[in-house]
Design a protein around this ligand. Structure first.
Ligand SMILES: Nc1ncnc2c1ncn2[C@@H]1O[C@H](COP(=O)(O)OP(=O)(O)O)[C@@H](O)[C@H]1O
Ligand SMILES: [Mg+2]
Length: 436
């Protein structure tokens, strides 16, 4: 493995100055002429042998159009002391990670391509709640951390959180700049200027920026690095089409696990002996959990904490559609329930789309054609297609072919439950608004 020398990637003023000077295509002599300092002195500063004055930093910012970054670095005390701080903000992932080889390879290929083409990488991972977006992203970030010797920045953007507002980009930028040791007074108030400063600070560094649970493309756009060597990974329950159009983001859409991966997950959490003793029941359990990692994980934890319970017994409890979502909840932590994960997406739907979703839950099959859906929800076909598309775009419904859709079995149980709770009380202004 290649040895990473942190001094090559310091946050020092000198390294930043050299990077931006070269980016502008200026020689040391030319920049020295512009700021009226001697080339020898600038060379000492670039090499970390002398301390820049604030006046020189400001002059260089002006000539190199660096959005105040050099002054901020000069003021942060990093001018002479090479920064040893390497942000490592990545949270811990699941203890037993299984499968997803295909998606990990796709992410590797995207990174390799961006390295070859000297372009920054932006990739969004989208998929339904509980499908394992965050787990995949953390796994991959850990695998490739050596490619980002300047560190990892992480932020939960709270785009679908039931009890918190989405993070404002301007606040995220302030936190990121603080983590990059830019002193607070140097950070501009305007979000555009903050974003420009963030990009300038990242220029010449190799950092990974992770933005978990993005609400939409607009929230993410100011937080993206602009230079090669950096990468941004964004997760969202929505398809971030705007990000693909505006920032050329690549996309990885994460679906449920395969039956084999689900089996492996149960083995990893419950222990292989018990699962291999009841392989058929374990396969049934995977299916009852719609191969959704969150559901599988909750089911597996229930087995793990009850050593004398058989897998078949749990499968039996999950057979009742009406009770399945109650079984798939963690008594301790209401946030760790399949129901609350779905609620986060459902509550964002507008009135018409949520009505359509509920009616789909009452349809006797989990597969439906657009024309049948149109009859079910009593809307014209073109209008129905738009409604179904809006459910697909937030991963509450799956498109399986032209005009053909599928509602995963857990989502169907959830839709039916919402129909029961809300449509039974038509006319009641107090119609259930809580999904928990
Ligand atoms: N590949 C995996 N291996 C093991 N556990 C996983 C895997 N993917 C997801 N999980 C577990 O499933 C649950 C939901 O995953 P998470 O990444 O939080 O989903 P999302 O971010 O898509 O909502 C978590 O408890 C996580 O630990
Ligand atoms: Mg997540």
């Amino acid at each position: 493995m290649q040895q990473v020398n942190l001094d090559d990637h310091t946050l020092s003023f000198g390294a930043a100055l050299r990077h931006h000077r070269r980016q502008q295509g200026l020689s040391l002599r030319q920049l020295a002429g512009l700021v009226a300092y001697s080339p020898g002195w600038l060379s000492r500063i670039e090499n970390g042998m002398s301390t820049p004055t604030m006046q020189l930093a400001r002059l260089c910012d002006r000539e190199l159009a660096t959005d105040g970054v050099l002054a901020a670095l000069a003021g942060s005390g990093l001018a002479t002391r090479p920064g040893r701080l390497r942000p490592a903000q990545l949270p811990a992932g699941p203890a037993q990670f299984v499968g997803r080889e295909h998606d990990l390879r796709a992410l590797d290929a995207l990174l390799a391509h961006s390295t070859q083409t000297h372009s920054p990488l932006t990739v969004s991972i989208d998929g339904p709640p509980g499908v394992g977006k965050t787990a995949l992203m953390i796994r991959w970030a850990n695998q490739v951390s050596a490619a980002f010797p300047d560190g990892v920045l992480y932020r939960d953007l709270r785009g679908h959180s039931a009890d918190a507002e989405p993070m404002r980009p301007t606040d995220v930028l302030a936190d990121f700049l603080a983590a990059l040791q830019i002193c607070a007074p140097a950070v501009p108030a305007d979000v555009e200027q903050r974003a420009a400063m963030f990009r300038s600070v990242l220029a010449g560094r190799r950092m990974l920026v992770i933005l978990d649970n993005a609400a939409d493309s607009r929230q993410v756009a100011p937080l993206l690095p602009g230079t090669a060597g950096c990468a941004a990974v964004v997760t969202s329950r929505r398809r971030l089409t705007g990000l693909a159009v505006r920032a050329g983001a690549a996309k990885v859409s994460l679906g449920p696990m395969s039956p084999e991966e689900s089996f492996a997950l149960l083995c990893a959490v419950v222990g292989p002996e018990r699962i291999l003793a009841e392989p058929d029941a374990a396969r049934d359990l995977g299916w009852r959990c719609a191969y959704l990692p969150l559901a599988l994980r909750i089911a597996a934890e229930q087995l793990a904490t009850r050593p004398h319970r058989s897998v078949a017994l749990l499968v039996g409890e999950l057979a009742d559609d009406g009770d399945r979502l109650n079984v798939l909840s963690d008594g301790d932590d209401p946030n760790l329930a399949v129901r609350s994960a779905f609620w986060g997406s459902y509550r964002e739907l507008d009135a018409e789309a949520s009505r359509a979703f509920r009616l789909l839950g009452l349809y006797p099959s989990n597969r439906i054609q657009a024309s049948v859906a149109a009859a079910l929800i009593e809307r014209p076909l073109a209008h129905t297609r738009r409604l179904l598309e809006s459910l697909v775009s937030v991963h509450l419904l799956e498109e399986t072919g032209p005009d053909r859709y599928r509602l995963a079995n857990l989502l169907r149980a959830y839709a039916a439950e919402r129909a029961d709770a809300e449509d039974a009380r038509v006319g009641d202004n107090d119609a259930a608004t809580s999904g928990r």
